[in-house]
Design a protein around this ligand. Structure first.
Ligand SMILES: [Zn+2]
Length: 410
């Protein structure tokens, strides 16, 4: 594996400036492209799975986090409050309280459940300067988050479906899970005290893991302060493990916020909150993608998907026409003309680009393109339209394969 900080610098994906501050990276155009495509993938997967997207502010009153329990159990990781107009507001350490209030913003019926509220939203963590680095430890976090408000009977299916979404996402992203972890509370005062709620939530998650058939290790002292969780762990290039994805069952916050729904019996009941994140924070997910792929992103995520290489200036019009055709097909293409060096040098420069389309005099005369794949395979010259159609289909399907194996031989 590779160090994402070095590759991020070499490929102009992201950067930092001491004047902005430690743990506050900015995204350069190519990095921003990867992030945007990743975010759109997640939103699309969530829409198909019945999630509704919301926006909520990154600030909230201190009182909000006193109610949620963050103030008592999580304040070491929070930025200090700011005084505004006689009130104290804080940068939010999580999205859960805002989503609980969105749920509570009107009466709810059992017919609306499960209600799946999703947001790719900002949150903040006052990490110490010493541990900050690259995209893996940051103070401003963009979290792929969702909260499912449901009945007790619905929890297992919702948590199971979230695990399936995580599995699908890892396949599309080419990310390998190091292990699944059942994160339980440990000794000490970090956790809300209610043994019966912990027992029920843990039993639910254990049943979900059994049903999914994924091997899993229990770890004490890794739970959220409000409940146990299933964490999907990944390893970085130094072999350090961190949590990318998570599924959590929470009986605590629905009670703290007085959440209710009207049941089929006409009575008022308490919903359960399932917290889940498919790719975790966008920052950590992109760091993981960079390290696992060494900057050679799957084609659907690559900042430049296809580079057009005219052999000489004579083929420049055909090269530019192909790049326009790609852009019209929604692909990200660039022309690297003869002025940028020999064909061999330009192919080397584009070694991380999934597709390299070479157009020489022979191809130009016949309206064809000779396609080279990043892994070294070469395809026989074929019409430009066929190439753009095939690449567009692979990209739309979020495939990690560069070309369909059915299309061999090369
Ligand atoms: Zn949450």
């Amino acid at each position: 594996m590779h160090d994402h900080r070095r590759i991020g610098r070499d490929l102009d994906l992201f950067g930092t400036d001491p004047l902005i501050g430690a743990g506050l990276p900015f995204w350069l155009p190519d990095g921003a492209t990867v992030r945007h495509v990743l975010e759109e993938y997640v939103r699309g997967a969530e829409r198909r799975a019945g999630y509704r997207h919301v926006y909520s502010p990154v600030l909230g009153k201190r009182e909000l986090y006193e109610i949620s329990g963050h103030w008592d159990h999580y304040s070491d990781d929070m930025f200090p409050p700011m005084e505004v107009g006689g009130e104290q507001v804080v940068l939010r350490p999580s999205l859960c309280p805002h989503h609980a209030l969105i749920y509570r913003s009107r009466g709810r019926s059992y017919r609306e459940l499960p209600l799946r509220i999703a947001e790719l939203g900002g949150m903040y963590r006052s990490e110490l300067s010493g541990v900050l680095g690259g995209l893996t430890r940051v103070r401003a976090i963009q979290l792929n988050d969702a909260h499912i408000f449901c009945t007790l009977d619905q929890v297992a299916d919702e948590a199971h479906a979230a695990l399936e979404m995580i599995r699908d996402a890892y396949a599309a992203l080419g990310i390998t899970a190091a292990r699944y972890r059942l994160s339980l509370p440990g000794p000490g005062g970090k956790y809300v005290a209610d043994p019966e709620k912990w027992r029920r939530a843990t039993a639910l998650l254990t049943a979900v893991l059994d049903r999914s058939g994924v091997p899993c290790e229990a770890a004490e002292g890794e739970a959220a302060f409000y409940g146990p969780k299933i964490d999907v762990q990944v390893s970085d290039q130094a072999g350090r493990e961190s949590t990318l994805s998570t599924v959590q069952v929470d009986f605590h916050q629905p009670e703290r916020f007085g959440l209710r729904y009207t049941g089929a019996d006409g009575e008022r009941h308490r919903p359960v909150m399932v917290h889940r994140s498919i790719i975790g924070s966008v920052e950590r997910a992109v760091a993981q993608l960079i390290e696992e792929h060494g900057g050679a992103f799957p084609a659907w995520l690559a900042p430049t998907q296809l580079v057009v290489l005219p052999v000489s200036d004579a083929e420049l019009p055909e090269a530019e026409a192909l790049a326009r055709r790609c852009a019209d097909a929604g692909l990200r293409a660039e022309v690297a003309g003869a002025g940028q060096g020999s064909l061999g040098a330009r192919i080397r420069d584009a070694r991380l680009v999934p597709y390299q389309a070479v157009i020489g005099a022979r191809e130009a005369a016949r309206g064809l393109v000779a396609l080279r794949l990043r892994d070294g395979r070469r395809l026989d010259p074929r019409p430009a339209g066929e190439i753009t159609d095939r690449i567009r289909a692979l990209v739309a399907a979020h495939r990690t394969a560069l070309w369909d194996p059915a299309d061999a031989p090369f």
